[in-house]
Write a protein that binds this ligand. Sequence first.
Ligand SMILES: Cc1ncc(COP(=O)(O)O)c(C=O)c1O
Length: 436
Amino acid sequence: MKVLSVSNFNFSEMKYENSLSFARKLDRLDPLKSFRSKFHIPNVNGKPSLYFAGNSLGLQPKTTQKFISEELKDWAGLGVEGHLHSRRPWLYYHKFSKKALAQIVGAKTSEVVAMNQLTINLHLMMVSFYRPTSKRFKIITESSAFPSDQYAFESQLKFHGFDPAEALIELTPREGEYTLRTEDILQTVQQHGNQTALVILGGVQYYTGQLFNLKKITELGHLVGAVVGFDLAHAVGNVALNLHRDNVDFAVWCSYKYLNSGPGAIAGAFVHEKHGENFNLPRFAGWWGHNESERFQMKKGFKPMTGIDGWQLSNVPVFQSAAHLASLEIFQEAGIKNLRKKSLLLTGYLEFLLNEIDADKTFFEIITPAKPDERGCQLSILMKQNGEKTFDRLMKAGIIADWREPNVIRVAPVPLYNRFEEVFYLADKIKQIATR
Ligand SMILES: Cc1ncc(COP(=O)(O)O)c(C=O)c1O
């Protein structure tokens, strides 16, 4: 693995400048600049777009095609024998992504696996880790959790015979604020402490881009006797995580955003090793979670594997997983910590430029936290006027961002493939459209 140095970037002394030449200088200094050439950049009007929608769908690595073609070739040439004799034997496919995923989320390889899709994994984890009793049954979450999560929470509560109106406790920002204060999260957890079965939040909030303090939230959840889980859809591959060290009970994520594994890509899950040998936990079972050495004996009686592997249900979707491996290879080369360092600088530059355009917040306001350690790469720009017009004109100009009702433009400068120069053009275009 190539070790990269990001020492060229001196954060503490960084003084941003509002000029194209400065942006280009940062691009020249960027030790990760070569990674952009590993991705296909979509064209708009015959020219490479400025792609800021990696928080929605990450770009395609150029190696994805090779990885998938290799599997197609092995299938064509080997048929069923490919399960054991292809270059990456399909029988063991879930193992090939473990090392990279463990590095990305800060876990042991036995704690992570790529499987299913995010909402499915959320349900599987809740089957095991949301174990309500008549006294302790509440779920604490964000009021604006992603809708799929809200539906999952409601349906789990109803499945166990609880009324979501009573049992779902939603964290809401203070009047006039957009993001949650950690002290308010902690206060709510304390307030409902002895009735709370599960605390579950996003790692990075999908709408505001707020990065939660996983360690503190986990500590407090445990202190009141609750289980703590996270939906890392917007955090994985975006910020450096430490799920094992932070003692998180479980986590789930998708891989089509920052993990660049393609639309509807295979998702992932984490279960802390302290639960990995707890076979008394209820779980929904399938043959891929069964003890590997006996899996093909076709006997009755489910015997789960230790660790997260024991939560797998079905055999591995190889084409999706091949795409996943292509992207994970790039992450291993770049290193998530290096990416995060660049990301802080790249997003910081966008914030600086936007604040220069509209210092009094007349036309728009960034609702993502200003503290770098409270956000990932995304900035959410709340448009006070001309919101949809600005968004439409950005798109027409080949700047791909994403619009969230009622009035937010989300932009995500992604350190693997976005440049400082692109950030400069984005801010300049917003200035031209939004402020007149
Ligand atoms: C935060 C969050 N949770 C859940 C989902 C739903 O994911 P899936 O359709 O992969 O289950 C998404 C999708 O974008 C999301 O952003």
